[in-house]
Every structure is written in C-alpha cells, then in structure tokens.
Design a protein. Structure first.
Length: 275
C-alpha cells in the first residue's frame, strides 16, 4: 500500500517543530529516521495531514553528558550512539543492547528518540530506558517541559504519555554505577528480527533489577532477590507479564525464556566474579 496524501515540512529548529505540533495536533507526525513510521504510514495505520522532518533542526542533535545522564536529542541516530567511543563506560547496558537493534542499514537511519516515541513493546531502547530508570523529555510550544520517568511514559502497544502538541525532544540515560553489573540478552527468530523476549539486568549485591521486553504490552521492570529465592521470583515475574500465544511463539515458551534467561544472566555474572 501507499500512504495517504500528506504535506511535508522540513524544519530548521525545535521551535518550528513545536509550532507545527501546536497548530496541527493529532494531524501532525514527527519524522527523523522513519524506520517505523513509514511502515505505519504505508499500511495506513496512521494518516497524518502533516509530516514534520526534524533532521535539519540543529538544536535536536545533542549527544552529551549532563548532570549524571547521557542526553540524547531527538535527531540523534542509533548509529551515532553505537559509535560513541565512551558509550561502554557511560551506559554499558546500551552498548550491549544496540547491536541487537535491526541491522546496520536501519540503525544508520533510525533515531534513539524515534524508537522511544514509537513504543514498540519488543524494542531494545525503550527496555534499556525503563530498566535504567531513565527519563523522556517532552516539550510543547506553551513553554512547558515535562520530564517523564520512562516507566510512566510507556502505556501500552504503540501508546505513550505524549500529548498531541508535545515533542519527544530528548531522552536521558543515567550514567553507569560502578557497583552495578549490566547484562542484556535477546531471543529472536533471526538476529535483527523483533524480539520474542529481551532481558536487561542491573545486578547488585543485594538484588537484581530485571527488565523484560517483547512479552507484555510495554517494557516491565521488577526488582528480584538473589540466591535461593530467585527461581520462584522469576517464575512469578514470568506469569505476571500476561504472555500471549502468537504466530512467532507460545506464551509458555516466552515464560520459559524469562525464567531461564533471567537465571542465566544473573548466575553468569556470579560465576564471572567467583572465577
């Protein structure tokens, strides 16, 4: 299929984008990489009247460390983040997860904030943002800025807390804690396909924060105990996610992956520390 007719506007600043969002509201869509949006438009699941291209908005290209966070602007591409030499030290969970996102062709065009705004339950970047306790910055022409915790931003399949006149102008990833070990693992039909189950873990001596993607309608985070209580806690977590059968995998298989891969992530680190 082809998309419904729309007007295309290329903006040169964040303010221009906010003006168009204020004017057109739900009839406007932001495009930067377009890796998810173009498919949605072609299937006519969305039919905006105005497409707002932010690629030339210089004030949306920030990629910097600020106040204990890595700040990623709305126009920063996934490949820019992946190629950042200091990323493994700054946000090691992201460094581990980014190679799992699609293929190098899609990472060359797709943006970090675009993945967050799209809110696919299987996407790796939203999962990392939730697991790390990151924030989504929303701005509107009214001059209001909202810093929304990632766990509150994602509200369901392709559904977020963003209002029609708001732009996801940046996302903030907390910098690494030296006392935390970070792990990521994913299972898909093929590398680069949508995740059947993705797991992101922040492992501390007194417990584990485990995020799960690809099972529920959004990334889900839970704090789990260490030691003998872990298998029971993982089983309860797996059942709480409400997995469903689909053409790719059964609900039982997804629960099995949560239990087994979750245990492996944690015990693998324990073994590495002991050896």
């Amino acid at each position: 299929m082809k998309p419904a007719a729309f007007d295309y506007v290329r903006v040169a600043s964040k303010r221009e984008a906010l003006e168009l969002l204020a004017e057109h509201g739900e009839q406007a869509r932001i495009i930067a990489g377009g890796q998810s949006l173009m498919a949605v438009l072609n299937m006519r699941l969305a039919q905006p009247r105005v497409l707002v291209d932010i690629n030339h908005a210089g004030d949306l290209h920030d990629l910097k460390v600020e106040r204990g966070h890595l700040v990623v602007g709305a126009a920063v591409r996934q490949v820019e983040l992946m190629d950042r030499a200091s990323l493994a030290d700054e946000v090691p969970l992201l460094a581990r997860a980014l190679p799992w996102i699609g293929h190098f062709q899609t990472r060359n065009r797709g943006t970090v904030c675009g993945s967050v705004a799209h809110a696919d339950p299987s996407a790796e970047i939203p999962l990392c943002l939730v697991t790390l306790g990151g924030r989504v910055v929303l701005e509107s022409l009214k001059g209001k800025r909202r810093d929304v915790p990632a766990a509150e931003f994602f509200q369901g399949v392709l559904t977020t807390a963003r209002r029609p006149d708001e732009l996801v102008s940046a996302v903030h990833f907390p910098l690494a804690d030296p006392a935390v070990r970070y792990r990521f693992r994913e299972v898909a039909m093929r590398h680069g396909d949508f995740a059947l189950v993705a797991l992101a873990a922040c492992i501390r001596d007194d417990g584990v924060e485990l995020g799960i993607g690809g099972v529920s309608d959004r990334p889900v985070l839970r704090r789990l105990p260490r030691g003998a209580e872990l298998p029971e806690a993982l089983n309860a977590f797996a059942w709480s996610l409400g997995a469903q059968d689909d053409v790719h995998a059964s609900a039982a298989y997804r629960r099995h992956l949560v239990r087994e891969l979750g245990r492996q992530l944690i015990e693998e680190q324990d073994h590495a520390r002991a050896s």
